[in-house]
Ligand binder design. Structure first.
Ligand code: HEC
Ligand code: HEC
Length: 285
């Protein structure tokens, strides 16, 4: 891997980024899911509208070998228990209309490809929509059921189920047309320095991926693996929950899960991963 210039700034200099050993490189490894589905975890070129990346890597490449292996087989991936739980919910009637997801959408496999496009512009609602928002609209407007909270197990599990049926398909969010202003907003956020440490997403995930920050091997901060099963939390984590954690690490005030700011940021970050395979639920530390 080429040597990358450490980004400037006094606060940044106080944080130790280290990348001097060969260990700092992303693991040279391939992900074959369940011995049959090829997962694209690396590309030789990022989309041309992404200025700061010459190639793309899934976060999978930056995790230890045992964590990588766990994700390769559904029997070893603890995130798949959440998928199983969501299949039960999918088939269970809820709300005043006496309907289940299955009443209208048949099998969960009917959702294949949906995750690759999220977030996307919702014409009917006139704004950018994430997967969670689509799910809640179905619950409140079509089932007469209560909305799920962003971090409710039912919600995160359902996003895991819907992601799981797209695994192996390339991320493909639209950034043009009505999505363009949201993408611009997200891009602006990505390069804005936050908090006492004055760090932007780009300082860690663009300038320093492959390097270590404390004990963490920095990835490109891609979202194709979400929701991610974090071994540290022993549970699934949503994209916005991860964003929150990263912003907190810069000792800044953060936005809420589901906020318009995070949905715009989600679009921009997802577009940096267009072409990488959907992996959710992935396994991370
Ligand atoms: C009464 C029928 C009905 C029920 C019940 C229902 N949905 Fe939907 N759902 C729809 C319709 C109609 C759409 C919009 C389809 C379109 O416009 O492309 C939709 C759209 C979606 C989308 C967005 C798909 C896309 O390609 O943009 C998701 C995700 C979704 N539903 C998930 C769920 C989940 C999860 C449940 C159960 C919690 C559920 N739905 C229950 C009818 C239903
Ligand atoms: C101080 C450095 C730092 C900053 C700034 C930072 N992150 Fe992170 N981020 C990390 C670390 C460390 C991890 C865990 C290891 C890894 O995957 O890089 C991580 C993980 C992630 C992941 C999970 C990747 C995966 O495949 O599991 C995403 C997504 C992410 N960050 C997005 C962001 C976004 C968006 C921002 C800006 C709002 C941001 N990060 C700012 C350090 C940072």
């Amino acid at each position: 891997m080429k040597m990358r210039q450490l980004a400037g700034g006094c606060a940044l200099a106080a944080l130790a980024f280290s990348g001097l050993s060969a260990m700092a490189d992303p693991a040279d490894d391939n992900l074959l899911l369940n011995g049959e589905t090829e997962i694209v975890t690396h590309t030789d070129a990022a989309p041309e509208y992404i200025d700061g990346l010459s190639e793309q890597y899934s976060g999978w490449h930056f995790r230890e070998a045992d964590t990588r292996v766990m994700q390769a087989d559904d029997f070893d991936n603890p995130g798949m228990l959440a998928v199983e739980a969501a299949i039960d919910v999918w088939n269970t009637e809820d709300g005043s209309e006496g309907k289940a997801c299955a009443s209208c959408h048949e099998a969960p496999e009917s959702m294949a490809g949906v995750r690759t496009q999220m977030p996307k512009y919702n014409e009917a609602k006139g704004t950018l929509y994430s997967l969670e928002m689509y799910i809640n609209d179905c619950r409140t407007e079509r089932m007469g059921a209560e909305a799920w909270g962003w971090n409710d197990a039912s919600m995160v599990n359902m996003t895991a189920l819907i992601s799981s049926v797209s695994r192996g398909m390339p991320m493909n969010v639209a950034i043009d047309g009505p999505a363009a202003p949201f993408w611009e907003q997200g891009k602006e956020m990505y390069y804005t320095r936050y908090g006492q440490l004055e760090l932007a997403c780009s300082n860690c995930h663009e300038d320093n991926y492959g390097n270590y920050i404390r004990a963490d091997h920095l990835s490109q901060g891609q979202t194709n693996g979400f929701p991610a099963y974090r071994l540290k939390n022993a549970g699934l984590v949503s994209i916005h929950n991860r964003f929150k954690g990263c912003i907190r690490d810069t000792r800044a005030e953060t936005y809420k899960e589901g906020s318009p700011e995070f949905i715009a940021l989600e679009l921009y970050v997802a577009s940096r991963g267009n072409g990488l395979s959907v992996e959710g639920p992935s396994v991370r530390n």
